[in-house]
Design a binder for this molecule. Sequence first.
Ligand SMILES: NC(=O)c1ccc[n+]([C@@H]2O[C@H](COP(=O)([O-])OP(=O)(O)OC[C@H]3O[C@@H](n4cnc5c(N)ncnc54)[C@H](OP(=O)(O)O)[C@@H]3O)[C@@H](O)[C@H]2O)c1
Length: 229
Amino acid sequence: MSHWLIAGASRGIGLELARQIAQRGERVTASVRSEAGRAALMDALAPAGGRGRILVFDTRDEAQIYGAAAQVEEPVDVLIANAGAYGPQRQSTLDTDFEGVLDLVNVNTLGPLRIVQAFLPLLRGGERPRIILMSSVLGSMALEGTFNVGYRVSKAGLNKIAQCLAEDLKPEGIAVVSMHPGWVRTDMGGPNATIGVEESAAGVIRIADGLTLAGTKRYLDYRGAEIDW
Ligand SMILES: NC(=O)c1ccc[n+]([C@@H]2O[C@H](COP(=O)([O-])OP(=O)(O)OC[C@H]3O[C@@H](n4cnc5c(N)ncnc54)[C@H](OP(=O)(O)O)[C@@H]3O)[C@@H](O)[C@H]2O)c1
C-alpha cells in the first residue's frame, strides 16, 4: 500500500486523484488552500478514513509548503504536483499582462519545484519513489499554435525542470515524469473538453503505478503515449 502526496486537490483532476486513491484503500495526503477546498477533499477522502490527511498551502508560498511538509511523518512513495492555473486574460505575444504571467510562472513552473524540494526528504524514504509533475501538451516545443503563450511558457519551463530533476534524482533512485492529463472537463479545461476527470485520473494513477527508474525523464500523456518535448 503506497502513500501518495497530491498537491492541489480541492477540485478538478487533483480532487479525483485523491478520491480514486482513497477508494483503493491507499494512504493519501493531499493539499488545498481554502475552506471550500477542504470540504470537497474531506468528502473525497472519506473512504480512506483515518488514513487521509489534508495539508494547506499555496504553491507560491515556500514557508507554507515547508510547514506542511513538517506535519508529515511517514515516507512518501508517489508525489503528484498537480496544482496549476491557466493565467490572465491577456497572455499573447502581442498583448501581455506581465504581472499576471509572472504569477503564472510562479504557480505552474516554480510551485512544483518548491513542492518537490520540501517533500524530498520524505520521498527519499519512500518505496520506489516517483514524482509526477502535472504539465500540459501545450508546454511542448514541438506543438504549433500561439494561443495562451503565458501558459505554454509556464509548462515548457516545468518540462525543463522535469528533465533536470529526473537527471539529478536518478542516482537516488527517484523517477520523475512530466504528465499531460488529457483535455479534461474541469474549471480549467471547460465543458467542451474531450474526457472527464475519472478517465484522466485513472490514467495518471495507472502510469504512477507502473513507473520505475527505467521510465524516468519522460513526457507522457494520461494513456502512456510519449510526447515530443
Ligand atoms: N483540465 C485540462 O484540460 C488540463 C490540460 C492539461 C493540463 N492540465 C493541468 O492539470 C492540472 C490540474 O488541472 P485542472 O483542470 O484540474 O484545474 P482546476 O480544475 O482549475 O484545478 C486547479 C487546482 O490547482 C489548485 N491551485 C491553483 N493555483 C494554486 C496555488 N497557487 N496554490 C495551490 N493550489 C493551487 C486549485 O486550488 P483552488 O481550488 O484553491 O484554486 C485546484 O485545486 C493543472 O496543473 C493543469 O495545468 C489540465
